[in-house]
Design a protein around this ligand. Structure first.
Ligand code: ZN
Length: 461
């Protein structure tokens, strides 16, 4: 069997040799190791660099991240005024051939107020345009875009044809536009360069075609990471292709249209009956109160988790601990959007934004993620953000919520299903590994350029 010998690496703070055979870690020898394995073994000189379990992004949207590469970004801080929006969209218009769609992302009302098709028509009248807002929830289409998809899209729930606004209608729009599932090669490469060996795709797909495309991308070797898939409520009983790993069921709670409580309790129960935990998208204090009430009625299953938990008010912290819920957070939002939050979020809720430290001290399992494309997919940026919690203008949000560098790294080393379990470089573990060119004990936080190599099941990727 082929294997890898990492010679002279830092593992959990001590010097070690690590032998991986057949995709698993066979042995970790600390102190003054002298492993002399025989057979087909590749030797990797560690030069004292840290050997870590491969990082896992616990909440990402692979297809949206890949599609973002072919999109125009129209939100802050890069685009911050109506004139700037006009400049960016007209320049995109000039570069495309006739009839091609403009796909824009990242829009926020601070740019040019609430967006509708009339404003888009004034900027780009002759070509189909669709603009996604920065939360990822809303698409706004211009009249030409509506004309193109018109016959196929009725007055669907969440669609307002007069304003051109579509809420939570990604799959509907993708089908109507006939957009192809994007190639994931580049996204996977970017993740590999950061030492990421696994992701949990939290897109609430309501139709099996999304997960089927992900499975096909895995089979084609387009993506080297392990892919855990949630899918949405409609796919609760669906069996994903076995090249994917089945995660919790993603349920979405939007403040402006909370579902009927009994129905929502049923969705949680249905997931539990299908032997799956739930991952509930919760951003505001109101949707958190709603979800906690639903969990009170439905009961909690190990693995049930709060996605985002953007605002966790003090009263809710105790309930989260009592219920035994996990929280999947995105420290990157504090860094990338913190200045906006300081202007937009109620003063008394600022201290409750993207809690980490307080939850950690109470023993709540917390896992880290990017929610990419909505923050940068580089986990090292998330780790730094969890440690310093500094906004782009260098203001600190929630000093008491800071984590130590080791705790912040641990956010990305959790088991993707059992978030309470920290993966380690130890005998028996799958050899999903990230080798750094420096020890963790060196000064300063590691970053992406410190990643020397990434291994999936004992194979360099
Ligand atoms: Zn998300």
């Amino acid at each position: 069997m082929t294997g890898l010998l990492f010679r002279g690496v830092e593992v959990d703070g001590s010097f070690a040799d690590v032998l991986a055979i057949g995709g698993r870690i066979e042995r970790v020898e600390r102190g003054a190791p002298s492993m002399r394995p025989t057979g087909d073994i590749e030797i990797v000189e560690g030069d004292g660099g840290a050997l870590l379990p491969g990082l896992h992004d616990h909440h990402i949207h692979l297809a949206a991240l890949a599609a973002a590469a072919g999109s125009v970004f129209v939100g802050p801080p890069h685009v911050s005024s109506t004139q700037h929006l006009i400049d960016v969209l007209t320049s995109a218009d000039r570069k495309l051939t006739a009839g091609e769609w403009i796909r824009a992302t990242g829009y926020h009302e601070s740019v040019a107020g609430p967006l509708d098709r009339h404003l888009l028509d004034r900027i780009v009248p002759g070509r189909p345009v669709r603009v996604q807002d920065r939360s990822g929830k809303r698409w706004t289409l211009n009249s030409e875009a509506l004309r193109r998809i018109g016959p196929r899209v009725g007055a669907d729930e969440g669609a307002d044809l007069e304003s051109g606004v579509f809420d939570r209608a990604d799959e509907l729009l993708r089908d109507a536009i006939g957009a192809e599932f994007p190639d994931l090669t580049e996204v996977s490469r970017r993740l590999t360069a950061c030492g990421v060996t696994g992701v949990t795709d939290c897109t609430p797909y309501d139709d099996p075609s999304g997960p089927d495309h992900l499975a096909a991308a895995v089979v084609r070797d387009e993506i080297s990471q392990e892919v855990v898939v949630t899918g949405g409520a409609n796919l609760t009983e669906h069996r994903f292709d076995p090249v994917l790993r089945q995660g919790p069921v993603k349920l979405v709670l939007d403040d402006d249209r909370l579902p009927d409580l009994d129905e929502f309790v049923d969705s949680i129960r249905r997931a539990h009956r299908a032997d799956r935990p739930v991952a509930i998208h919760i951003v505001t204090a109101a949707s958190l109160a709603f979800a906690l009430a639903a969990w009170d009625l439905a009961g909690v299953r190990p693995g049930d988790r709060i996605e985002h938990g953007s605002i966790i008010v003090p009263g809710a912290v105790a309930r989260i601990v009592e219920l035994g819920l996990a929280v999947v957070t995105q420290p990157g939002f504090v860094a990338e959007r913190g200045d906006h939050y300081l202007g937009d979020v109620d003063r008394d809720e600022i201290a409750s934004l993207y809690r980490c430290g307080s939850l950690f001290k109470l023993g709540v399992p917390i896992a880290g993620s990017s929610d990419a494309p909505y923050t940068d997919p580089d986990p090292w940026k998330g780790i730094a953000a969890a440690v310093v919690r500094r906004t782009q203008s260098c203001r600190v949000i929630g000093r008491g919520e800071r984590l130590s560098p080791a705790e912040a790294l641990g956010l990305y080393l959790r088991d993707p299903i059992d978030l309470g379990r920290l993966r380690r470089v130890e005998a028996g573990a799958v050899a999903d590994l990230c080798l750094l060119s420096r020890p963790l004990s060196a000064d300063g936080l590691p970053c992406r350029s410190d990643v020397r190599a990434t291994f999936r099941a004992g194979v360099r990727i």
